[in-house]
Design a protein around this ligand. Structure first.
Ligand SMILES: Cc1cc2nc3c(=O)[nH]c(=O)nc-3n(C[C@H](O)[C@H](O)[C@H](O)COP(=O)(O)OP(=O)(O)OC[C@H]3O[C@@H](n4cnc5c(N)ncnc54)[C@H](O)[C@@H]3O)c2cc1C
Ligand SMILES: NC(=O)c1ccc[n+]([C@@H]2O[C@H](COP(=O)([O-])OP(=O)(O)OC[C@H]3O[C@@H](n4cnc5c(N)ncnc54)[C@H](OP(=O)(O)O)[C@@H]3O)[C@@H](O)[C@H]2O)c1
Length: 450
């Protein structure tokens, strides 16, 4: 890297020429690409807006989080998890693994620099990446100039906060799942958890374990009514199990809930094995039959399965199935209440789409995440408006003019590793070719001088 500081450009920016690619983001994706490049002796610069690596894991996840897939699917290239790690490492263990990974491959990101814009300059055939310091009180900008750009800012860069009528007037605490740490501050409180993905389900479980009274919102639900005697129990301290007979109409929660393990084997692992031999639709059918034996008929708790199977739904729409680690049992026992979509919030309560009003103390928005690529990358050929590559898996890792995307295949950490290997091999090839050409030119110039 050649630091051109002191050679501030017209706008008073520090300019830095980077030999090799600029990698934006020091999460698992950025680290994995860096490690693979380091092994091939390709120089690089990593830019990270936060003050640490893997900021999503270190700063924006809840305490009880564990990897929900077995460790063999979550390790990054070139470094397995320590043997003593359990099958599902805890968040702390995963962070320790990543810290060690960064150290082993000598990855030193430029921390506290947020990429504001990145644009390919056709005239110079180079990428111009502008960052703003996130620590200094005065705005200081740096422009990195490079031949290749790796986008590794993640599928979960920003929390999605939906616009819901009256939310700003609600008097209680409202937090997004990314800022939720533990249910210990919610003991005794009536908490509305909006969203029923993996986050919503697990946060409801955590709240219930801390003796809060969670209700989980399922927005695609139809009408759900408890018989009056049961309805009054919704938020009472003593929970009485809700049985089918107490439900007048059922929700149609459009999500697949699968057990995390089937007969002691990870459901994901089992699906991967079956997919080697069987077509996807058949694997889906088998998974659902096995799930039925383990979880029973979830329909009677208001959980209706989508018409397409869990793997097909993931493939077609990127919707991750919920891997149940106990929330379903709490729904069965009535410790977690399922409620339909929100119509509007009031000062101390929420009005649901079925017309019922429920008193609540706090709200947790487990409403998902989004990519932030459209806010800074000035390019529209490779990336779509939703911040994901337009070309579907397995081709969405490489664009034009030295542009790469790592970690956008909706395949979790396994996808991150696969991308990193392909990207680093491609970059190494281009970079070495370039180096050879430069050396040849230099040699020719030397020969002609003598
Ligand atoms: C609660 C939760 C649990 C999860 N559990 C699992 C799991 O068990 N297994 C699994 O496979 N996946 C899981 N995931 C998915 C998760 O996204 C991936 O595991 C992994 O974090 C993806 O790594 P990444 O580097 O692509 O993105 P991230 O981890 O999000 O890292 C992106 C980095 O880019 C930085 N960044 C963003 N924008 C900018 C910018 N403009 N300038 C500079 N830096 C920027 C961010 O600060 C961040 O450090 C989970 C996600 C969440 C939210
Ligand atoms: N390791 C783990 O155990 C673990 C834990 C948590 C998360 N994760 C991973 O992290 C990623 C993100 O998961 P996530 O659960 O945070 O997000 P998610 O899967 O995107 O789920 C968001 C949920 O919020 C709902 N929603 C959005 N807007 C809403 C609104 N206005 N009203 C009501 N509901 C609304 C969505 O409903 P619709 O479906 O109708 O849009 C969906 O159910 C996933 O890859 C997941 O697997 C892993």
């Amino acid at each position: 890297m050649c630091n051109l500081s002191g050679q501030n450009n017209f706008f008073g920016r520090r300019c830095v020429w980077v030999n090799g690619p600029v990698i934006v983001g020091a999460g698992p994706s950025g680290l994995a690409v860096s490690a693979c490049l380091r092994e091939q002796d390709v120089p690089f610069v990593v830019i990270e807006r936060s003050d640490c690596i893997a900021s999503l894991w270190q700063k924006h996840t809840y305490n009880r989080l564990k990897l929900h897939l077995p460790k063999k699917f979550c390790q990054l290239p070139r470094l397995p998890f320590p043997e003593e790690y359990p099958e599902y490492p805890t968040k702390k263990q995963f962070i320790a693994y990543l810290e060690n990974y960064a150290q082993k491959f000598d990855i030193k990101p430029h921390f506290n620099e947020c990429v504001q814009s990145a644009k390919y300059d056709e005239a110079c055939q180079l990428w111009r990446v502008v960052t703003v310091s996130t620590t200094e009180s005065t705005r200081s900008e740096t422009e990195y100039i490079c031949q290749m750009l790796v986008v590794a800012t993640g599928e979960n860069a920003e929390g999605v906060v939906p616009e819901i009528d009256g939310l700003q007037d609600f008097s209680g605490e409202v937090v997004h799942a990314k800022d939720y740490k533990s249910g210990e501050n919610y003991t005794g409180k009536k908490v509305l958890v909006v969203g029923c993905g993996n986050s919503g389900m697990e946060l409801s479980l955590d709240l219930s374990n801390h003796n809060a009274k969670p209700s989980i919102v399922v927005r695609s639900s139809v009408i759900f009514k408890l018989t009056p005697s049961k309805r009054s129990n919704l938020f009472s301290r003593k929970r009485i199990p809700i049985k089918t007979k107490h439900l007048i109409n059922l929700f149609s929660l459009q999500v697949h809930i699968l057990p995390r393990e089937i007969m002691g084997k990870s459901t994901f692992d089992l699906a991967m094995i079956l997919m080697k031999w069987l077509p996807l639709w058949l694997v889906d059918k088998l998974l659902l039959i096995l799930t039925w034996f383990i979880l029973g008929n979830t329909h009677k708790y208001g959980i209706k399965r989508p018409s397409i199977g869990p793997l097909e739904l993931k493939n077609r729409h990127g919707k991750t199935p919920v891997l149940d680690i106990g929330a379903l049992q709490k729904i069965r026992s009535g410790d977690i209440t399922v409620v339909p979509g929100v119509k509007r919030f009031k000062r101390n309560s929420v009005e649901l789409v079925d017309g019922e009003t429920v008193d609540i103390d706090s709200v947790v928005l487990a409403t998902g995440y989004r990519s932030n690529v459209p806010y800074w990358l000035q390019e529209s050929e490779f990336f779509a408006k939703n911040g994901f590559p337009k070309t579907p898996f397995p081709s969405g890792w490489k664009g034009k003019n030295g542009l790469y995307a790592s970690g956008f295949t909706r395949r979790g950490l396994a996808g991150v590793s696969a991308d990193a290997i392909k990207i680093s091999q491609d970059i190494a090839q281009v970079w070495k070719q370039d180096l050879n050409n430069k050396n040849r030119r230099l040699l020719r110039r030397c020969i002609s001088t003598f």
